[in-house]
Design a binder for this molecule. Structure first.
Ligand code: ADP
Ligand code: MG
Length: 288
């Protein structure tokens, strides 16, 4: 069970003066149960890539399949698998429009034709996962909430569809640290609790490194790195630099220490791991 892109290339506005190749020869498989981070500088093709995963964009060349079904195919099978992929766009709160949080989250499930009891079950489930108390928020207007809360309502609307794959395009953009932490706590709970695949596009290297178990790095429409965060941040600094991706602050510090001759493990990702490897290296040096 996976989303698979095979030799996918995509050109915006082909044959016009604005023609722009946004993806080149992408090969990528995301299995259910994976938590994949997609990083890369602005314009590297991250949003274009993920919009291929639910058929919103059709590849100029190549194929995209979800659970073995080609998204470009006609008919009910392709429509059904497209619904397996939930997509949260950048600034999803701009798409809120109902009078209450309940109605906004219920919009998708109602469109699926589910009965009222099932709709309410879905809304409760989705609000709980994004950390919005049903009793406190269901009847409120989504437009009177904080930025972080509005975004969680928008994410709940996608979760209420119970997708097998959840794609989030820069879900923390423009939020303060607290709003960002709330979003990521919800996404982690959801990932741990449901076994769905999560594909997270992000600029914030620190959060990506901590959350995901696989990283895909985009550079000028191509995948230039694909592996675990520890390996990529610890051992591929030159490629990251050429892709103009900032490494997390701890990775930069450990790199500098190694350059200075201290034998630290450059793959450490959290402040705690970094402190441990630095302390161990200093002790070893003291013992010599
Ligand atoms: P990212 O999400 O990494 O910032 P995008 O996928 O948005 O990158 O963009 C990739 C490339 O495609 C960029 O060069 C961008 O200018 C171009 N592009 C994106 N959207 C459009 C569009 N709707 N029309 C034309 N070009 C676009
Ligand atoms: Mg983008």
């Amino acid at each position: 069970m996976s989303i698979t892109l095979r030799d996918v290339s995509f050109v915006y506005m082909p044959g016009t003066p604005y023609e722009r190749t946004a993806l080149k020869g992408i090969n990528l498989t995301v299995e259910r149960g994976e938590f994949v981070g997609v990083i890369g500088h602005t314009g590297s093709g991250k949003s274009t890539l993920v919009q291929h995963m639910n058929g919103l964009l059709r590849p100029t060349c190549g194929t995209v399949t979800v659970d073995g079904v080609d998204l470009a195919a006609k008919g009910e099978a392709a429509r059904a698998v497209r619904r397996r992929v939930g997509m949260v766009f950048q600034y999803p709160e701009h798409q809120l429009f109902e009078e209450t949080v309940f109605d906004d989250v219920a919009f998708g499930p109602r469109n699926l034709g589910l009965d009222a009891a099932e709709v309410e079950k879905r809304v409760r489930f989705a609000m709980e996962f994004v950390g919005l108390d049903f009793a406190a928020f269901a009847r409120r207007s989504p437009f009177r909430l904080s930025g972080g809360q509005m975004r969680r309502v928008a994410i709940a609307g996608v979760i209420a569809l119970k997708p097998d794959y959840l794609v989030l395009d820069e879900p923390s953009a423009g939020l303060d640290p607290r709003g960002r932490d709330e979003i990521f706590a919800g996404v982690l709970r959801l990932y741990a609790g449901t076994g769905m695949a999560v594909i997270l596009v992000s600029h914030n290297m620190e959060e990506v490194a901590r959350l995901v178990n696989r990283l895909v790095v985009m550079d000028r429409g191509e995948i230039c790195l694909d592996g675990s965060p520890g390996d990529i941040f610890g051992r591929c600094r030159d490629k990251l630099l050429s892709a103009e991706v900032d490494v997390p602050a701890v990775t930069a510090l450990l790199g500098r220490l190694r350059q200075g001759g201290l034998e630290v493990d450059a793959a450490a990702l959290t402040t705690e791991e970094a402190a441990r490897t630095i302390a161990a290296a200093v002790r070893r040096r003291g013992a010599c």
